[in-house]
Design a protein around this ligand. Structure first.
Ligand code: ADP
Ligand code: MG
Length: 687
């Protein structure tokens, strides 16, 4: 029997009444098997003896003591008990707030084991939160490591510890190993039952540590198995055939450009073409900083697949960006006879019906749009390439929905938010990664300035002078409209105010609550240079490309995340003019806000910024996979445990290449495990 098969409800254990049962359910712990998988986050050390003096007010005291007296002191109008103890190193006072009843148990001369954090105050060592047990030859807590569990609702440690102990005693006798013998031997891993006991009730810190490693490895091994099995399945079920690409349309477009591709763009193009010709479905991520020219790569790739007689699709996270892509595609490709269409939620009724029919009959070569692209009724004649721009903004299932249209198409993901290697190896099912490091020639570094709120007048003066030179500017705010709760500037009111500050200029306003067609018109006017200033929220964060805009003013810069700041700044510096970013910050700064501004001031390198972001926030959010539920690792941590992850990945690769269907007798464990108690859902991983 596998632990996942211990399906008995957790309230079968003693002490789990309706209240605790509800609290456990809320934490996702419904079965006894799940309770056993609720690992401690750390241990309370009741093992290492530590006297009052040794602890020195810094560590918890864990000592044998004798009660030597009692006093009382007034507290909240009541006399409160104070027990004086002596542990051979010093005297200490136990302050019994609300616990006067302890007088009975803590009589003078009683010997106790004492645990608690002391502080030196009012000339004595005091402790208010203490635990004790009466001295015996075989103490219950003293001398042990007590597991500390994540708690919720009504739960407390005593309840969980008791329930886990009972579960270990009564339910684990028949538990199976969950890793192949060979693997366990090569890492000298003990049996699983032993590890389970040691993680919950370790005899010493070494055993606890060993047990933790066991489960970290096990979890990552199973994760990699899910990834690997999924990758294999995709390779098998695809009807993917090798292509021979002529690259004539690509050459033609490249010849028409007023610039050369950068060396990295060229390399990436070759990598993509190689993937497309390989006969295996492409699964490639293009990482490149904001402005590095990823869109062009997308277009050139699409041209190649279209030339081979198939269709291409490009999905962008916002309507604004999708429309901009469609307009650019038309500009670049339509004279080559490529039929381009745009689809978003705003395309409705008759227009949509016609578009879908044309798409299905193959009269559309290149479909560009938002997440509307993956709705069920969107059918292609033969989708050869799906491109997902700013991929981190989509959920795993959305990307997968597009990938599963027809025969598995080639997949190309684009991101300006570099994904840590560990995530590329896991969440994305082993992606191939291409990186564009060089920026197009002639780009001048953006000057970034920090300005304190109150001094923005100087920034406005500067902007005015630039506008007079014919440049354009963005003003970005954290809120759409005024909020009663937050004392922040908002786009709507600032739009009105800025009209007065810039009487000679034309202004536009853009945010997510403005209707699509109005947004479009505003964006178009700004792109054409008919508007001088675009007042916006972070909707302009992704993709918007107006080379003549050279100024980005971000008010309340401290309110934006690092990647948003970097993306926003990346809206300027796209032409050959010197560009500027002004971060106006409020003096009410949190430490993290301060940290973010410092990082953004010090670096314009998106990769470096992403690394710092990872440190500040952790991996899940960065890759936009937190919402998928897939990354809910119980004990492993992809940032901390990279080394183990790489080991597990290599082990799984070796195993699966020898025995892809887990048919060998030595892998029966795994086959059975995935059949009766799968540790991860295979389907959540995009292919
Ligand atoms: P990204 O999507 O990577 O942020 P874009 O594809 O929007 O960047 O490109 C930014 C701008 O740079 C666009 O105006 C694009 O036409 C231009 N561009 C792309 N490649 C080059 C190049 N090799 N040389 C000069 N300009 C380029
Ligand atoms: Mg882009």
């Amino acid at each position: 029997m596998f632990q996942g098969e211990l399906q008995q409800p957790v309230n079968r254990l003693k002490g789990i009444g309706p209240g605790h049962h509800k609290s456990l359910s809320a934490m996702g712990i419904l079965t006894i098997g799940q309770l056993l998988g609720h690992y401690p986050v750390r241990y309370e050390d009741h093992q290492t003896p530590r006297t009052i003096i040794e602890a020195a007010g810094l560590l918890p005291v864990n000592t044998e003591a004798v009660v030597v007296g009692r006093e009382s002191f007034p507290w909240k109008g009541k006399m409160t008990l104070k027990i004086i103890v002596e542990d051979g190193s010093a005297r200490g006072s136990l302050l019994c707030y609300g616990r006067n009843f302890l007088a009975d148990k803590l009589q003078t001369d009683s010997r106790i084991y004492l645990y608690g954090q002391f502080q030196h105050r009012f000339g004595e060592w005091q402790c208010a939160a203490f635990e004790f047990e009466t001295y015996t030859e075989q103490p219950k807590k003293y001398g042990t490591l007590l597991p500390v569990y994540p708690l919720g609702g009504t739960l407390n440690h005593n309840v969980i510890r008791k329930a886990v102990s009972q579960a270990l005693r009564e339910y684990t006798a028949g538990l199976n190993e969950e890793l192949p013998e060979e693997i366990r031997e090569s890492y000298h891993l003990s049996g699983r039952k032993e590890a389970l006991r040691d993680i919950h009730k370790p005899a010493n810190p070494e055993k606890a540590e060993k047990a933790r490693s066991y489960f970290i490895y096990e979890e990552l091994f199973h994760l990699q198995t899910a990834v690997g099995k999924n990758a294999l399945k995709l390779r098998e079920t695809t009807g993917h055939r090798p292509l021979e690409l002529k690259r004539e349309l690509e050459q033609k477009l490249r010849g028409n450009l007023p610039f050369e591709l950068t060396p990295d763009q060229k390399t990436v193009m070759d990598e993509i073409v190689r993937d497309m010709e390989s006969g295996r479905p492409m699964n490639r991520l293009i990482q490149g900083d904001v402005g590095s020219g990823k869109t062009l790569i997308a277009f050139l790739s699409a041209l190649n697949i279209i030339e081979s007689g198939k269709q291409a699709a490009l999905m962008a996270p916002t309507e604004l960006l999708a429309r901009q892509h469609a307009e650019n595609a038309i500009r670049f490709m339509e004279n080559q006879g490529i039929r381009i269409a745009f689809l978003s939620g705003a395309v409705q009724s008759e227009g949509r019906r016609i578009l879908l029919r044309e798409l299905k009959e193959g009269h559309i070569d290149f479909l560009i749009g938002t997440h509307a692209l993956f709705t069920k009724d969107v059918e292609f004649k033969e989708l050869g390439l799906a491109i997902i721009d700013e991929q981190h903004r989509f959920g795993v299932s959305q990307r997968q929905a597009l990938a599963s249209k027809g025969i598995r198409p080639d997949l190309l993901y684009m991101t300006a938010t570099p994904i840590p290697r560990t995530l590329a190896m896991t969440a994305f099912g082993d992606l191939d990664v291409s990186t564009i490091k060089t920026m197009p020639a002639g780009r001048k570094a953006i000057e970034t300035h920090l300005t304190r709120e109150g001094n923005e007048g100087k920034v406005y003066d500067f902007v005015r002078r630039e506008l007079d030179q014919g440049r354009q500017a963005y003003f970005v705010y954290p809120l759409i409209e005024q909020s009663e709760k937050l004392d922040l500037k908002d786009a709507q009111s600032m739009y009105e105010k800025l009209k007065h500050s810039f009487p000679r200029n034309k202004l536009g306003l853009i945010h997510s609550r403005i209707p699509e067609d109005e947004k479009d018109q505003t964006m178009e006017a700004f792109t054409k240079g008919e508007l001088d200033i675009l007042v916006a929220t972070s909707v302009v964060e992704v993709g918007v490309d107006v080379p003549n805009a050279t100024i980005m003013v971000i008010e309340h810069g401290e309110r934006f995340g690092l990647s948003a700041l970097h993306q926003l700044r990346g809206r300027v510096g796209r032409g050959d003019q010197q560009s500027y970013a002004f971060l106006i910050y409020s003096t009410k700064l949190t430490d993290e806000g301060k940290q973010r501004l410092k990082i953004i001031m010090e670096s314009t390198d998106g990769f470096k910024i992403a690394e710092e972001d990872l440190k500040l926030r952790g991996p899940g959010e960065i890759a936009g996979i937190r919402q998928s539920g897939y990354m809910k690792l119980k004990i492993a941590d992809l940032v901390r445990d990279t080394e183990i992850l790489v080991q597990a990945r290599n082990d799984v690769k070796k195993l699966l290449s020898r025995d892809p269907h887990l048919l060998a007798p030595e892998n029966k464990v795994l086959k059975d495990l995935w059949q009766s108690a799968p540790p991860f859902s295979e389907n959540l991983i995009p292919g």
